[in-house]
Design a protein. Structure first.
Length: 201
């Protein structure tokens, strides 16, 4: 009886490792899901394209967000929010990496894996905020003073450039979708640009 109780406790404890989808994105006939065992970071990326489906091991990237975008008018990219070190920043942090999907070999081809944006990021979206038909990285950043702001980055020849920023916020804003809708101080707003400043209405 004692061994049966120990076995039940062991099996119950193991049930916490059930896989779950922590984020997903879709565009046309393409979709992607981040599969996680711990509920925080992903270990696998499931990609579906029409009738094709495959899984990529991304445990080394620790992804927490996925989105599709087009930053330069060419091949569509997949944006992954990852939690990892880089060669030029040897601490674990949230980062935004861009990849192209190699469907033939069922793997990701890196397009942009920068160490960091202007400030450490809390979250990001990719959408066309300035109306140029290309997607920008819109980041929620935390500055050195512990305050928050939005930064907007354009693709420029194998890198990104920060062209727009917002006023500083005391409380952390949140994205409500994978476009321009955000929550600021408990109110639903939509981001837009005025000159070189990110604003909301």
């Amino acid at each position: 009886m004692k061994y049966l109780i120990i076995l039940l406790i062991f099996l119950t404890g193991c049930r916490g490792d059930e896989a779950q989808v922590i984020d997903s994105a879709s565009q046309a006939n393409l979709s992607a899901e981040i599969i996680s065992l711990d509920g925080e970071y992903g270990s696998e990326l499931r990609i579906k394209n029409k009738n094709e489906e495959f899984i990529i091991d991304v445990s080394d990237l620790r992804p927490w967000k996925v989105d599709f975008c087009n930053v330069d008018g060419g091949e569509m990219e997949m944006a992954l929010g990852v939690y990892k070190k880089t060669p030029f920043d040897q601490k674990f942090d949230r980062r935004c990496f861009l990849y192209n999907i190699d469907f033939k070999n069922k793997k990701l081809r890196p397009k942009l894996r920068i160490s960091r944006l202007h400030n450490p990021i809390r979250d990001f979206n990719l959408c066309d905020l300035d109306g140029d038909a290309y997607d920008e990285i819109i980041s929620i950043e935390k500055n050195i003073d512990g305050n928050y702001l939005f930064g907007v980055y354009d693709w420029t020849n194998f890198a990104v450039e920060r062209n727009y920023g917002s006023e500083v916020l005391k409380s952390e804003p949140k994205f409500l979708d994978k476009e321009k809708k955000v929550e600021i101080d408990g109110s639903e707003r939509e981001l837009y640009l005025e000159g070189d400043e990110v604003k909301w209405k």
